[in-house]
Ligand binder design. Structure first.
Ligand code: ZN
Ligand code: ZN
Ligand code: ZN
Length: 204
């Protein structure tokens, strides 16, 4: 092989490799292009997170969860108005497709969160039964999640949600302390998870 032939062979070989790399490159670009075209569509197709409401607090006196967002603080079974425990501000999800249990409602008489899924509407500290108003909330239960507080239970006497995490069972509108039944709920508290708040922004 002359020097000239050897160079041409090398050149030819190099061109073949280059062409193969070029086609490989085209395949990679088209695959990458398909992914790039697919991802934004997927993001747009993802349903928006359900809305939520801030300003739910545990009452230091009765241990029920009540809405603290009004100037008036409802009616506490321990007497007069609820007194917010400032340790945790809870965020409740409403209009949610799940998971969790629906039909948790605000009572516009006592301001407690109560379960409205039974024909019987429990016992209200303001007299008679609870009366639902506003959003239909969904509570997560029998699961664990970062930024959520466990030990929230349904009281089978007054049908409100109360904190069952210590020996003090609060004051029940039906008399005595609350008595837990059913699911073990967890409540999300505000300002705990930056990423979570980003994805599921807390409404003011
Ligand atoms: Zn109270
Ligand atoms: Zn009530
Ligand atoms: Zn109770």
């Amino acid at each position: 092989m002359s020097q000239d032939q050897s160079n041409r062979t090398k050149t030819h070989h190099h061109n073949k490799l280059s062409r193969r790399n070029f086609f490989n490159g085209l395949v990679q670009v088209s695959v990458a292009g398909a992914i790039v075209a697919f991802v934004p569509g997927d993001v747009l197709a993802r349903p928006l997170p359900p809305p939520n409401q801030n300003n739910w607090r545990s009452c230091n006196k009765c241990r029920t969860l009540f809405f603290n967002g009004f100037r008036s603080k409802g009616r506490c079974p321990a007497g007069q108005r609820h007194a917010a425990n400032l340790g945790g501000q809870f965020v409740l999800t409403f209009d949610s497709p799940g998971p969790g249990q629906r039909d948790w409602r605000f009572c516009n008489k006592c301001f407690a969160l109560f379960f409205d899924g039974f024909p019987n509407k429990g016992v209200c500290a303001a007299g008679g039964a609870h009366f639902a108003q506003g959003f239909n909330f969904t509570l997560l239960h029998d699961t664990r999640a970062a930024g959520h507080q466990p030990n929230w239970r349904f009281c089978k006497k007054c049908e409100a949600l109360f904190f069952d995490g210590d020996s003090n069972k609060g004051v029940c509108a039906a008399g005595g302390g609350h008595v837990a039944a059913g699911f073990k709920f967890i409540l999300r508290f505000r300002g705990n998870l930056e990423g979570d708040v980003e994805q599921n922004p807390v409404r003011p």
